[in-house]
Design a binder for this molecule. Sequence first.
Ligand SMILES: NC(=O)c1ccc[n+]([C@@H]2O[C@H](COP(=O)([O-])OP(=O)(O)OC[C@H]3O[C@@H](n4cnc5c(N)ncnc54)[C@H](OP(=O)(O)O)[C@@H]3O)[C@@H](O)[C@H]2O)c1
Length: 324
Amino acid sequence: MGANLSYTRVDLSGRVAIVTGANSGTGYETTKALARMGAKVIMACRSQSRAEQAMDRMKSELPDSQLDLQIMILNLASLRSTVEFAEEFRSEHDKLNILCCNAGYIGDNFEVTEDRLEAVFQSNYLSHLLLVTQLVPLMKTSGPDARIVSVSSSGHQVFGKMMLPETNVRAAYSQTVTYGASKLYQILMTGWLHQRLRGTNISATSLHPGAVHTNFNAGGWIGLGIQLGYYLGISRSPEQGAASSIYACVNPELAGQENLYITDCHPATASSTARDVNNQDMLLDYSLYLLKDYITEEGAEALDIHLSALPTPPPEWLAAPTAE
Ligand SMILES: NC(=O)c1ccc[n+]([C@@H]2O[C@H](COP(=O)([O-])OP(=O)(O)OC[C@H]3O[C@@H](n4cnc5c(N)ncnc54)[C@H](OP(=O)(O)O)[C@@H]3O)[C@@H](O)[C@H]2O)c1
């Protein structure tokens, strides 16, 4: 470890943030830090009871702070839930300054969502992309220095490869490669956002939090490895693991910058696959095709998306998730 994990404490009064997966791990600590700095933070969680427990715990850990927290239900394994979350958010709030796409999932086995998509691909990447398209129009009118932060992983370097066309195909599933690809896709989305948001008030960044002792893959062999690493002094605490997220969300010198990837609270270099503009465009064409029925006119305009001009992916890219 030994990294200098520090971020600037700034005054976030009057700013509104969303943190997905706010009830646990790095999302919990990121929420706590942003709220402590004065932001109103929306805890976007899939379980009301886990979110309420997390909110109570946060308030008991910071009894002297007036934390402005709100729970809203978001299940990233459902496109319908993601759209409903965004609609409810827009109906209740007139600005959004920070969107922290933190929630993440790693399955032990191949799982199919209600949208007939592979669950890790959808939860970690595709629904976060949908959230971005739904909320960017509001972020554009929310004043200077709005930020989209995606919690990726260095796993994109080791395991991440373009899994098009087989992203949704059962026979191509591998716990590590499928997860690595989803984390690669988050960085490719960040690069695509750089293309689409250049010159606006919104910047986008992705990051690796380190190996962090959280609920991530609890009971699975990856989670056990991280847990062991924690007791050996290799893995980080959730608080340390959240430092790069908080840095990306608030540090003033990052305002307006195009940082594709951050580790240890410093700009870093993502894999060449993650930096490839052709990969960005190919992935986004495919993803927007999958999301085309859920993208608003305002979202399409704000991100210069031309849905009618999207190429239809080859049939094998659209194979049903159960296909072998
Ligand atoms: N821990 C590490 O070593 C490590 C390393 C690299 C990257 N990361 C990334 O860091 C991020 C945070 O993970 P963590 O380590 O803090 O793990 P964690 O403690 O398991 O937190 C993950 C959060 O994501 C939420 N989530 C999972 N599936 C969801 C869904 N379908 N809809 C909405 N929320 C969902 C979880 O909700 P529930 O509590 O309801 O399950 C939880 O709040 C993830 O993106 C992960 O990929 C972690």
